[in-house]
Design a protein around this ligand. Structure first.
Ligand SMILES: Nc1ncnc2c1ncn2[C@@H]1O[C@H](COP(=O)(O)OP(=O)(O)O)[C@@H](O)[C@H]1O
Ligand SMILES: [Mg+2]
Length: 423
């Protein structure tokens, strides 16, 4: 790999660092960025076992690109910018925190050795989180949160303290859960995985390094015997060309699965308003829906005055055959939501408009519904959007991930504010 001068049209600067599987180069033309060039190399046991594997760099770069595109698309901050060649990608240049952040759903591998008595397959809920100091010579010793804080790592000007460690812990679990959901759509169980964090030149902490078939355990159909990850390689006592070929075919299979991920965009949130007077309220709901990645349409109809057209609208959307939620916006006596609810099997959320005074009187028409109706009622546009998102999220990993990220956002905003007050 020596003397690479240019990759994907980018002139390479200095080699910043070279590890077991990648070289990291400066990119003079893009300030604050670097290029990560994968090697055709597979290693295990902190480098004790290592083999050349032609084609691995391309497979790894593809896997990593797909995974990070998903993470970026749901709104997570990561160092990954874009793939620039078969075997290389452009990334924010980070100072890395030398810790591996491991998240596990099922107990297996080293966890069993470190926790005698625990049976393989023990299910962690919430996922189990562990940290290891990156130190090949000492076999990456496990570190506690207290050890990481006490190390007082300073990376690109940021001192890694309690808040940062908690943020990385929460983010590791989030990344695991998002990718677990993604893999569920391919009927694969994500068993555990590791990620790394860095701080870029602007002082921002983010997920960096790579996520590929070296990073996780992945069991198709949840069956350990079908594993398609690097464990297959770790388990080999003698490594023949045929074995390496099998490892490579597994990794290729993983890329193929990621290639066939179907972005679950086929859903609809129909905001039904009873008159044009409710249009601003609907627009607010629509804005919150858009932030959560929901596709919306607004329709106007009165259940009291144009009952047939109300039922027509309901039938039209039911006929599309996509996951569906109705949000009914009607002031005074809300016939709209309850009528839709009595004539569909999809969720109906009432979100009546109006001032507080109107609402305290009108709300009962949404709440005290006839028996046999399952519509729910909220009064804030944001709540309506969230309730719709939670329904859609059950079969949509993108919307689910956006909801999940929103909760990390609460921790971020309050955690940073708290840190500011304490300083
Ligand atoms: N965005 C980035 N900016 C700077 N360095 C990075 C970035 N992403 C990963 N690195 C670092 O690149 C080095 C090479 O990667 P790798 O070959 O996986 O090394 P290792 O064998 O230490 O795991 C690692 O030290 C890793 O932390
Ligand atoms: Mg590495």
């Amino acid at each position: 790999m020596a003397n690479v001068k240019e990759v994907g049209g980018y002139k390479l600067g200095n080699l910043i660092i070279e590890g077991k599987t990648k070289q990291v180069f400066d990119v003079p033309s893009v300030n604050g960025h670097c290029i990560l060039l994968s090697k055709d190399r597979i290693t295990a046991g902190d480098g004790a076992k290592a083999h050349d594997l032609v084609g691995k760099s391309v497979i790894s770069n593809k896997t990593n690109g797909k995974v990070f595109e998903i993470l970026n698309s749901v709104g997570l901050k990561t160092a990954f910018v874009k793939s620039v060649a078969d075997n290389a990608f452009l990334s924010k240049k980070c100072e890395m925190i030398p810790i591996e952040w491991v998240t596990r759903r099922l107990a297996t591998g080293s966890f069993l050795r470190r926790n005698p008595g625990v049976k393989e397959g023990y299910r962690f809920s919430p996922p189990k989180h562990e940290t290891f100091f990156k130190d090949d010579a000492n076999h990456d010793p496990q570190w506690s949160e207290e050890q990481i804080i006490s190390a007082e790592f300073k990376v690109n000007g940021v001192v890694i303290g309690k808040y940062e460690v908690e943020w990385m812990t929460k983010t590791s679990i989030l990344v695991f859960e998002v990718l677990e959901k993604v893999w569920q759509t391919r009927n694969c169980a994500l068993i555990d995985m590791k990620i790394e964090f860095g701080v870029d030149s602007t002082g921002e902490l983010m997920v960096a390094d790579v996520i590929d078939s070296d990073s996780w355990r992945l069991w198709p159909s949840g069956d350990k015997r079908l594993m398609v990850d690097k464990q297959v390689y770790r388990n080999l006592s003698q490594v023949t060309d045929k074995d390496l070929d099998a490892v490579k075919r597994n990794f290729e299979w993983v890329v193929d699965q990621l290639d066939h991920l179907i972005p679950p965009n086929n859903h609809l949130v129909v905001i039904v308003i009873a008159s044009m007077g409710d249009k601003d309220h609907a627009a607010k709901i629509q804005k919150y829906c858009a932030e959560l990645g929901l596709i919306t349409e607004i329709r106007v109809t009165s259940a009291h005055k144009t009952t047939e057209s109300t039922l027509d609208i309901v039938s039209h959307y039911e006929g599309l055959g996509v996951p569906l939620v109705f949000i009914a916006v009607a002031g005074r006596s809300n016939g709209l939501g309850p009528v839709i609810s009595g004539n569909t099997d999809y969720p109906v959320i009432n979100c009546p408009p109006g001032s507080r005074d109107d609402l305290s009187r009108d709300i009962w028409s949404s709440v005290n519904v006839p028996s046999g109706l399952g519509c729910t009622t909220v009064i804030y546009p944001e709540s309506a959007a969230l309730a719709a998102a939670q329904s859609i999220a059950m079969h949509n990993y993108i919307v689910w991930s956006k909801l999940r990220l929103r909760r990390l956002g609460f921790f971020e905003v309050l955690g940073k504010a708290d840190k500011t007050m304490r300083n």
